[in-house]
Every structure is written in structure tokens, then in C-alpha cells.
Design a protein around this ligand. Structure first.
Ligand code: ADP
Ligand code: F6P
Length: 463
């Protein structure tokens, strides 16, 4: 193809929105930022369950230059595909949580059948000149299913979450099938170099593959390019959000309720990978080890509810509320409540104002693909008086944001020390660190990520 740009077709479980509605989830935010700029077709689940299930109609909505086409799941598919295989098996496993991963044959079967059905419905909508870009752990098999349908064009895959080492992944009964299915793609992208290495190690150790120059991996007759391609945010757009009237209103509200106290914030879906319990323990340790913070600092955790139907998430909610309650019970005074937990969603403009009012942002996952909150926090700061990012060594963002205060989230003492350091940091050190972080966030934006991946995909040799 010369002259004209190929059409981009994105496939992901969640689709849209393209605007600034409050929606928690890095994938939807990252893709919306990218698609708003390039346009194309975005294909995936409608978010609805219908009794027509397998035979449900495609529904299409046009937003600017992007068509959003979705289909429903049946009740059994929702349970087996989304809750079962994607979120009871793959999510914990890929986040290194073998202790809570559950495997069963039925959900494996339904997961594959949903991948097959989505491929069969997508195939008539595309042609071999399109660039097909499949996203995340819901659709590992979709590429090989499209090939079965006869698709010979360029197929890419990007994993938004971590890819665990083979020593963990092999606990999945069908781990060989799953990784072999990834070889149907021309390019597979990961958030970090560590994830890419784990994938390559699996191919070599488990599938008898070999690593070739230029990040290519050969497994028998298939060669796939495996790259680390970290996702970014629409940094300019988010910085503009932070100056919007809605952001300013939220920033002022936050400052009013803080009464001159230091505001520490965390913003995460209520998910066990995010380290919210450990973070609360770290804050409690701060109040113990550095008592000058009693009455002068407060911690706000914004934690929209996620996947509430799953036991692990319901239990997490109870535990978070208990620990927050214990800290408040132990330290609160008549005029000071140390911890506040909020489970509601915010628009991204409102979030930008909240980030800007924070002196410290805690991004301390136990394991995270990237963590866009870390990047959004940086993009929202006021360069004259920037806040400090406390970042887990286990967040994908750590590879790019090394000027944050890096912590081990499992150590409350380490977390407490980092918060104390952030709260007492000189303005000049805050500015120096911010300059380096800002450079990283504004250099590798969502647009750059998208362009970098698609360049690799365009360059892939035809099938
Ligand atoms: P994940 O994809 O695992 O949820 P990320 O940190 O990568 O984690 O992405 C989370 C995204 O969800 C960010 O863009 C963040 O702004 C958004 N988000 C988090 N909490 C809220 C909330 N309460 N309201 C709206 N958006 C939220
Ligand atoms: O970014 C990771 C991710 O799992 C996305 O794939 C997903 O859209 C988001 O988190 C929120 O999770 P869910 O789609 O299960 O609500």
C-alpha cells in the first residue's frame, strides 16, 4: 500500500467511550486517546448480556472518524469467558498471583468459543489491507481464529497487563495452547522489557523455540516479532484537562477540605493487584514512625468498584474498609480524619484537578502492566509547585519513571519512609524530579505508543 493509510481495526473487550466520561480502566483510556487521533473501527463487547447471546446483532455507533461496533455476550459467556477464564484464571496468574488463580475446563472451553465467535463476526467486516490490532488477555486466541477464517493481512496483539515468567504460567493447564496461539500474530507487544523477556523465555523453554536477531522468535515454522512498547497517555490533553473549570473546581474543593494539611492520594480500580491494603499499612506506619504527620496529613483513596461479582474483589473491599476504619479509629481526632475511601467514578477532568491538589500520589501496585494513573498524575501537575510520585518497583511505569520515589510496596517501613521523604522534599528537588518525569510522560504519549506499534505492524512481512 502506498499513499493511503491502511484502516486501523482495534479489537478489545471494552469499547469506548471516546469522550471524557468517568471510566476506570487503562485500556479504554489508552485506546480512546489513540483512536480519537487516527480513526478506524473499534470492535468488542457491548458490555451487555442478552438472551440472544451467540446470535445477537452487531450494533454500530459512529463517533467522529471511528466506528464502534459491539456484540453482546450470553449469560453463560459472561460467566465462563469474562468472570471465569479472563478474571479468575488469567488475571491473577499473569499478575503473579498463583495463590488465587483458579482453573477449570468449562471456562477454558467458553473462553476459546467466545474468541472464535468474535473472530467469525469480525471477519466479514475486514479485508486484508486493514491493520488488525487485538488487545489484552481477553483475546489471546482471536488472532489464530481469524487466521482459521482465512485472514492473511497484518495482525498485531498488545498485552496491557504483565506477562509472568514461564515458571508461573505453566501452572495454567493450557499454557502451551495459549502461547502457541499468540504466534498467529505478526507482532506481539508488551508493556515492559521484563514482560517481553518472559514471553521469549516461554517460547524457548516450553515450545522449543529460538530467539533470532531483531526481537524475532521462531517456533517451528512460525516467526513472530515480540517487542516492548510501553503505553502512554495523551499528556497534552490531560494537562489541558487540569486547567479546565471542572478541574479547578475539584482542585479548590480538595484544598478547602484539606485545611492546609498535606493531601496524599491514591486512584485505582479496587483490585488486589493495586496494593491498596499494603498502601494503607504504609500510611499507618507513617503515622507511627513520623508522628508529626498526625493531624497534618491525610490520605484519600479513590477506588471505583470493579468486578464485584468475584469473591476476591468482594473480600478486598471488606478488608480495605476494615483497615481504613482501624486507622481512623486509632488516630482520628475531632477535627481530623486520616483516611478517606471513595468508590465513585470521576470524570477525567475532575481527576486531573484532584491530582493537582495532591502533594503526594501513591501508585504502589504489587504488580501492574503499566499504570496510567502514574503518568496522568505527572501530566496534571503545576510545574511551579509539583507534587511527588511514590511508585512501586513492580509497576510497569517504573522502567520509564525512575525519578519517582521508588518503593517496595510489601514493606510498610519503606512506604512510610518514602511518603515522609515526599512530604518534606524541598521545592527544588520536587521540580528537578518533576522535570525528568514530565519529559518521559510527554515524550512517550498514547499517540507515540500507537504510532510505534503500528509502524512495527506495517513493517511486518506479509503472510
Ligand atoms: P487499570 O487499567 O488496571 O485500571 P491504570 O492505572 O492503567 O489501571 O488505568 C486506570 C485508568 O482508569 C486511568 O486512566 C484512571 O484515570 C482511570 N480511573 C481510575 N479511577 C477512576 C475513577 N474513580 N473515575 C474515573 N476514572 C478512573
Ligand atoms: O487495563 C487492564 C484492564 O483489565 C482492561 O483490560 C480493562 O478494561 C480494565 O482493566 C478494567 O477492567 P474490566 O474491563 O474487567 O472492568
Amino acid at each position: 500500500m502506498t499513499g493511503t493509510q491502511r484502516r486501523l481495526v482495534v479489537v478489545s473487550n471494552r469499547v469506548g467511550p471516546l469522550n471524557d466520561e468517568g471510566k476506570a480502566g487503562g485500556l479504554a483510556v489508552g485506546l480512546a486517546d489513540a483512536l480519537r487521533k487516527r480513526g478506524g473501527l473499534w470492535f468488542g463487547w457491548s458490555g451487555n448480556v442478552s438472551d440472544k447471546g451467540t446470535f445477537s446483532e452487531l450494533s454500530t455507533e459512529i463517533a467522529g472518524t471511528t466506528a464502534l461496533t459491539t456484540i453482546d455476550l450470553s449469560e453463560a459467556e459472561l460467566e465462563g469467558f469474562y468472570f471465569g477464564y479472563a478474571n479468575r484464571s488469567l488475571w491473577p496468574l499473569l499478575h503473579y498471583r498463583l495463590d488465587i488463580a483458579r482453573f477449570d475446563r468449562q471456562s477454558d472451553r467458553i473462553y476459546r468459543s467466545v474468541n472464535q465467535r468474535f473472530a467469525a463476526r469480525l471477519f466479514p467486516q475486514i479485508d486484508d489491507n486493514d491493520l488488525i490490532w487485538v488487545h489484552d488477555y481477553h483475546f489471546f486466541y482471536l488472532g489464530s481464529e481469524l487466521r482459521q477464517c482465512g485472514f492473511t493481512g497484518r495482525l498485531g496483539f498488545f498485552l496491557h497487563i504483565p506477562f509472568c515468567p514461564p515458571e508461573i504460567l505453566t501452572a495454567l493447564p493450557a499454557s502451551h495452547d495459549l502461547v502457541r496461539s499468540m504466534l498467529a500474530y505478526d507482532v506481539v507487544g508488551f508493556q515492559t522489557e521484563l514482560d517481553r523477556r518472559n514471553f521469549a523465555s516461554f517460547c524457548v523453554q516450553e515450545l522449543d523455540g529460538e530467539e533470532l536477531p531483531d526481537h524475532q522468535i521462531r517456533v517451528h515454522d512460525r516467526v513472530v516479532r515480540a517487542i516492548a512498547c510501553p503505553i502512554g497517555v495523551d499528556a497534552e490533553g490531560f494537562a489541558d484537562f487540569a486547567l479546565s473549570p471542572e478541574a479547578v473546581e475539584h482542585e479548590e474543593m480538595m484544598r478547602d477540605i484539606a485545611h492546609g494539611r498535606h493531601q496524599i492520594v491514591g486512584v485505582d480500580r479496587l483490585d488486589y493487584s493495586k496494593g491498596i491494603i499494603e498502601r494503607l499499612r504504609g500510611f499507618e506506619q507513617l503515622l507511627e514512625d513520623y508522628p508529626e504527620n498526625r493531624g497534618t496529613s491525610q490520605f484519600l483513596q479513590i477506588a471505583p468498584l470493579s468486578r464485584v461479582e468475584l469473591d476476591a474483589y468482594a473480600e478486598l473491599r471488606t478488608e480495605v474498609e476494615q483497615i481504613a476504619g482501624n486507622i481512623n479509629g486509632r488516630f482520628a481526632t475531632l477535627d481530623w480524619t486520616p483516611v478517606q475511601i471513595m468508590t465513585r467514578g470521576f470524570t477525567r477532568k475532575a481527576l486531573a484537578g484532584i491530582y493537582r491538589a495532591a502533594r503526594v500520589c501513591m501508585v504502589t501496585p504489587l504488580r501492574d502492566g503499566m499504570n496510567l494513573v502514574a503518568k496522568e498524575f505527572v501530566a496534571a501537575q503545576d510545574e511551579r509547585d509539583p507534587g511527588v510520585l511514590v511508585l512501586s518497583r513492580f509497576a510497569g511505569a517504573r522502567e520509564e519513571l525512575s525519578e519517582a520515589l521508588i518503593v517496595n510496596p510489601y514493606s510498610s517501613e519503606d512506604v512510610a519512609r518514602a511518603i515522609q521523604r515526599a512530604l518534606t522534599m524541598s521545592l527544588s528537588e520536587r521540580r528537578d524530579r518533576y522535570d525528568a518525569l514530565r519529559h518521559a510522560v510527554f515524550t512517550n504519549t498514547a499517540g507515540h505508543w500507537c504510532a510505534a506499534f503500528l509502524r512495527e505492524l506495517e513493517g511486518a512481512p506479509p503472510q
